[in-house]
Design a protein around this ligand. Sequence first.
Ligand SMILES: [Mn+2]
Length: 195
Amino acid sequence: MRSAKISRQTAETEISVEINLDGSGSYDNQTGVGFFDHMLDQLARHSLIDMTIRAKGDYHIDDHHTVEDTGIALGQALAQALGDKKGIRRYGECHLPMDDAQVRCALDLSARPYLVWNVEIPTQKIGTFDTELVREFFTAFATQGGITLHIDQLHGFNSHHIVEATFKSVARALRLAVETDPRKSDAIPSTKGAL
Ligand SMILES: [Mn+2]
């Protein structure tokens, strides 16, 4: 089973992440940041990666450290669960519409972290959530997960829809990329022989 458990504690946050790549998209995510939990639930549900996340952070400052460090821990869990990446499809992509919003994700589980971020969220807040933290999360996730992650917003004017479409597009792309390719399940998908 391709799974991983990461615990990460700093002076700012305490995070635990448990994932199973070969899951059914079940989730139990409690970070103390309501809108962020809603997005992590989408990530699990639409990637079919089982996900249990607990986070406690220095909310008296703001939600920044909690969201960023959850991205770090989730990226580390993904990299650990993927192991040597034998047999995976490696690439994934998705155009995800949600009402007015459409977001495209293309990703490569390359071990070469890179984030292309072409998303403009029109409001500074969604409820009490700082929308600039969405980019912080994906920066941390891509860096620690070893993901070349391209996210482009094609349409959208509603902040909630844009952000939710972003998480869902990444989830769908991730689902494809982590899946086993039955035509080449015994090999690491690189001419270099390693990823
Ligand atoms: Mn929603």
